[in-house]
Design a binder for this molecule. Sequence first.
Ligand code: BV8
Ligand code: ZN
Length: 259
Amino acid sequence: MESLRHAADLIAGAERLVVFTGAGMSAESGVPTFRDALTGLWARYDAQALATPEAFERDPALVWGWYEWRRELVERVDPNPGHDAVARLDCTLITQNVDQLHERAGSKNVLHLHGSLFEPRCSACGKPADLLAEPVGTAVSGDGPRTDEPVGTAVSGDGPRTPPSCENCGSPVRPGVVWFGEALPADTLEKAVEAAANADVLITVGTAGVVYPAAEIPQVTAKLGGTVIQVNPQPTPLDAVCALNLRGTAAEVLPQIIS
Ligand code: BV8
Ligand code: ZN
């Protein structure tokens, strides 16, 4: 396909290359995209409502359980050929994803705009907390988490789980992700915007381009004269700023345009 060759030439000739990824990057590894990340017990919730400080405040076990379910899923799957292709690039890699599949494929210094499933911290004092080998929590019944069981009762499958308590101050530990209504990590965002501003080529892969300020990243490159290439089976609001819109999936297209 003509545009694949054109994209491959642009990427090979790029001097300051940026790759910007969203949930579609991990879809072919078996990780549901953000919008599809609610199945099973969480099917009745809206991701945007669950990924908020208010939801954690209201029901820490439900929200912690959802993130632990996602973390365990990500640990069980593997990077796909799209991650492997990106790892071959000399680029600045910016991701909205909270999984660590780019790192497991070999990418270094990944800028995680929305945090990570692998860096839980205290919801009050911010002290980093250890990841629990076994999902810890209380056994759950149909009406939600019971607290009569001692914390530490391993639970299997998906379901609410009581978050561990901070060793420092006893408050509930929270996932190390950025929720809706929370500020992105300032230094990470600053590095990402600077890389996007200086990029001569930016590849945006697998993002719906609707969540801000992350969705600004490809637009900054285009506004400052850089060339934006999009890889997504669907059209997105970012189509308008892309020089090339490659309608395909990450695992299919990226290995064809990255040598
Ligand atoms: C902030 C981490 C201010 C958590 C995420 C109105 C009211 C309230 C808020 C707002 C508002 N208007 C705007 C806002 C701001 C809000 C926002 O943008 N809301 C949107 C919904 C309108 N943003 C925020 O709240 C941000 N913070 O503004 O703070 C502030 C400032 C100072 C001080 C205090 C506060 C924080 C946003 C971060 C939220 N956290 N993730 C978690 O993971 O649980 S967002 C989450 O959804 C993802 O990280 C991602 O960023 C976003 C969208 O996901 P995508 O990656 O795009 O994936 P999605 O599922 O949507 O789409 C998948 C795409 O892949 C599709 O296009 C599909 O076609 C494609 N695809 C599918 N398969 C493949 C594929 N592509 C390639 N290959 C495939 N195989
Ligand atoms: Zn604490």
